[in-house]
Design a binder for this molecule. Sequence first.
Ligand code: HPA
Ligand code: ZN
Length: 356
Amino acid sequence: MCKSPLHDFIHGLPKCEHHVHLEGCLDPELIFHLAARNGITLPSPTENPAYASIAALTTRYEHFTSLDDFLAFYFEGMAVLRTEADFSDLAWSYFQKAHADGVHHAEVFFDPQVHLSRGVSYKTVVDGFAAGCKRAEIELGLSTRLIMCFVRHLPVSSAQEVYEEFLSHEHFESELVHGLGWSSSEVGPPKDMFREIYASASAKGIPLTAHAGEEGDPTYISTALELGATRIDHGIRLIEDPELMKRVANEGILLTVCPLSNVRLRCVPSVEHVPVRKFLEAGVKFSINSDDPAYFGGYILDNYCAVQEAHQLSVMEWRIIAENSVQESWIPDERKAELLVLIEGHVKKHMVEVGV
Ligand code: HPA
Ligand SMILES: [Zn+2]
């Protein structure tokens, strides 16, 4: 909870989340619990003292030194997920928290390559996550979308395999998996490593996004756009290239900004340095998201609150953020219209309460 007089308004503001990795919702307690349930040996504390206890692991997460330092824990942690129930329980626990934070629509990432590499099938992963999504739609009234991410630290051939599996499944036809993205290590592997896959997916009209401009410079963003991404995950380093920033604003490309993630991964020294105001002034559309909430110290409302404490936004600025989040969601116009009505009603109610 933040100290802002707008806290209740921000809490109740209808939100869309576009950048959350379901595997990033696996908190230390659940890691230890699932390791025991599935008979999986976590790294021994002599190998890595962070695994000495739930408390030690939680404390270690407060000291990531970079994206890759975090990713080592993230990929190690997800090894405890084995059964369809593990995946559906994890998704359901995220959706309950998101719902409590005022989320009405959530587009959620998952990383099948990493699960396949340890013998868990694509079907187990997708069926489990999809069951969690369905439950959230029925029991909580959320709309949801699954976005499959390719990871940049594994060979392109592994991404190609999972892309073919995605195309061959009924999931593709039924749009159970709605869009594609890429994530993992940014600086190091070739910027355009997914060129062929993105060209093929673009030609099929599949919505595409990409992690870029988190640690990497703005050329990572321009490369992602050149390859067909119509949305950019993170993108905070866009402010270093004013010309590209104009293009992103003119084309209405959404940045899915994750303030607490940026601080924990040392991309910025504090939330004050996340260029929220510069983006608002330049007309760049962005949403505010949690990324890997179990690792970065907060879910979506914590991120909204951190932005409010750092940037003191007005009701009208929050309205713009909320409306842009709806407009750039990958949902039909009718659903957008429903969500825009909710936002308008929420703003009006607030105005009446404060006597404006
Ligand atoms: O913030 C991130 N960046 C890149 N890859 C990721 N995978 C999970 N979270 C992230
Ligand atoms: Zn991410």
